[in-house]
Design a protein around this ligand. Sequence first.
Ligand code: FAD
Ligand code: MEZ
Length: 764
Amino acid sequence: MTGSNWKVSLKNLFKPARKRSILALLAIGILLGLGGLFAFEATMHATSTDEFCVSCHEQRDNSLVMLQATSHYQNASGMSASCSDCHVPHQFLPKMIRKLQASREVWAHLRGVIDTPEKYAAHASAMKAREIARIRANDSRECRNCHDVGLMDASAQSAKARQYHLAMAGSGKTCIDCHAGLAHDPADMPGASVAAVDVLADDHEKRGQCSTCHTSAGGPQDDNLTHENAQCTSCHGNLGAIAALEPENEVSPHESHFIGDIACTTCHKGHEKSVTYCEACHSFDFEMPFGGPWQREEKSIMAEAALQQEAIANGWRDETDVVVVGSGGAGLAAAVAARDEGAAVIVLEKEPVPGGNTKLAAGGMNAAETTSQQKLGIVDHKQSMIDDTMKGGHDINDPALVAVLANQSAASIEWLTSLGADMTDVGRMGGASVDRSHRPAGGAGVGAHVAQVLWDNALSRGATVRFNSRVVRLLQNDSGDVTGVLVKGAHTGYYTIKAAAVVLATGGFARNNPLVASLDENLEGFENTNQPGATGDGLEVARLAGAATRDLAYIQAHPTYSPVGGVLVTEAVRGNGAILVNRSGLRFVNEITTRDEAAAAILAQEGGRAYLVFDDDVRHSLSKIESFVHLKIVIEEGSVEALAEKIDVPPAELVQTLETYNGFVASGRDSDFERPDLPRELVTGPYYAIEITPAVHHTMGGVRINSQGGVIGESGEPIIGLFAAGEATGGVHGSNRLGGNAVSEIITFGRLAGAEAAAYAEKQ
Ligand code: FAD
Ligand code: MEZ
């Protein structure tokens, strides 16, 4: 427009006809403005001040497009109006602008502050950054006002979100550290940044946090991931702290019967999918952040030959007196005994946790002529333990090893007691002629307790324990004497340790179904009761070094495994009085006969399953039962009839079965099945049932040893420098182990092998 055109337009504007139009327009404008102001005032009728806004947008110091010098602030302070009545939180798009029928650009134009969409966008993101900083600085308090972590279980959060929040709760992180989107739209909310990545490390990396896991030197410096685990707990708190935040009535993934301080990296993997280690045995459905299903495929120990040769060619990396392979009961007992003889000890464990099958042992440890028995008035004889063990093993046991087992058993109880164990409760196991199965007072699981005591003592004596460290070869000199081991560190790769003596305590192979089935085809596809590391590496390693093996085909099924919970239901439940009934509500076997007979009898019932049935007295006689209640595998009803209906067996039959059985208890004779021990009548409700079926449990065979724990070679001569103990060995149990004899074996032979290894090392 030129200068003269502009003047003409102005003159036209003030001509009389147009004046009227302009006045009319002005009047309409004023009316609209007043309406807008009324509408605006109407928004001030809220009842409380919204501190959220006021804490950021300080009164009279407004950087947003607010009414700096208007009644807005007087109202906000004087009338306690709520900012969020007008403003949509976090969107920074004033609702009142819409109420005033104006676009945000017009509103901003009025103030002359934000007059383009670009400026608005820049302003909004600056405000967002400021908001994030502020919320982080105040520990996400206003997030927690609504989204309190303690409320997560009650809210509509998914199990995954709930677990994640609980895990993060003690971490010192604020909500904003993950939920930086500040989106209040529930569809956007659940940790968009968290869910977007596949593995934990990607999430940390996304937030520029590689150094929160690794040292500046890069990746892991040791196979225990010592530094990495310390970083996890320094942010998130330790296991106990996290477990304490979890709802009491739910099974906590952070609370377990495992021994020692469980490394976070056992489950929370950095660069691969996380897994819930408990689910290797239990059938929980914990949803793990960045997690996937439990799985692990282990390469053959013969794989990666080139890498192995390279590590051997590089020479010894480390050196010690005694290497113990395996951190179960036999290994830890050997470590304690070897340290007590003055040897330097390194324990190598292929799993990320210690304790092997030992930590799972439930029912007890057999021993004869103990102080605990004497105090309870139980008369027992070592010879009786020998006789029972030979009979249970169908007389193919090595009598010399059985003699060591029985004759040293009381001393092993004393030894454990001297280390701090409580072995004062004594109960009955199948095939035993008297009560000789020792466990902590009240009937708690024996394995977790014994393993914890051994673990504490091994560490306090200065034994070194390396996890994720799989021994793949015994190294030997030209004469065949063992001189050390080749280890595969899961994070540091292959390396060697020079050792004067090696104790093989690698446990059994019940977890390795292909191997089990190759030895006993009847067991193909069977479930098992064992921990993931029970794969039988030790056998292979020993054979490669020339060791002889025996009795490998004898593999035991435990009669009572819960297919619902994926756990073994201890024989002690039967020992303390439970009976077994089939789907017709009838007993069918002497419940405390040997395992081979009991398992065969159960497999002969409909569906190969049966029920353990017991009353409240039995429940309270054995605290281990509480762990089965906790795992929700126990069915409870107030009466026998109601229990029968619940488990779908004929009520009248079950009532009759219990009456008959109670009669046997009263008369002291089970004339149906000749059960030798009838501890109590089942008359106190509530009544309980657990569905069970047999599962592969124990491998009787293994490496041949002599009475000093020395490994025998194919030639019949000992392999110098090599000792073995526990389930990795054969001979103690013959073709069928008695319940309670394995824990006895691992303590007696573990400490024997450890002491012998240390004595041999000293001579070198
Ligand atoms: P484990 O305790 O199994 O330890 C062996 C360790 O060696 C494992 O940690 C394994 O991961 C590790 N390992 C294997 N290969 C390698 C390798 N190549 N390199 C490094 N490490 C390796 N017996 C009783 O007498 N009473 C009971 O009440 C009882 N209850 C039981 C309950 C359950 C659920 C189970 C599974 C068993 C039970 N038993 C019981 C049997 C008994 O617990 C075991 O036989 C015994 O604990 C085995 O001890 P161990 O030290 O020989 O082997
Ligand atoms: O010796 C065992 O394996 C055992 C006693 C297991 C159990 O039932 O507790």
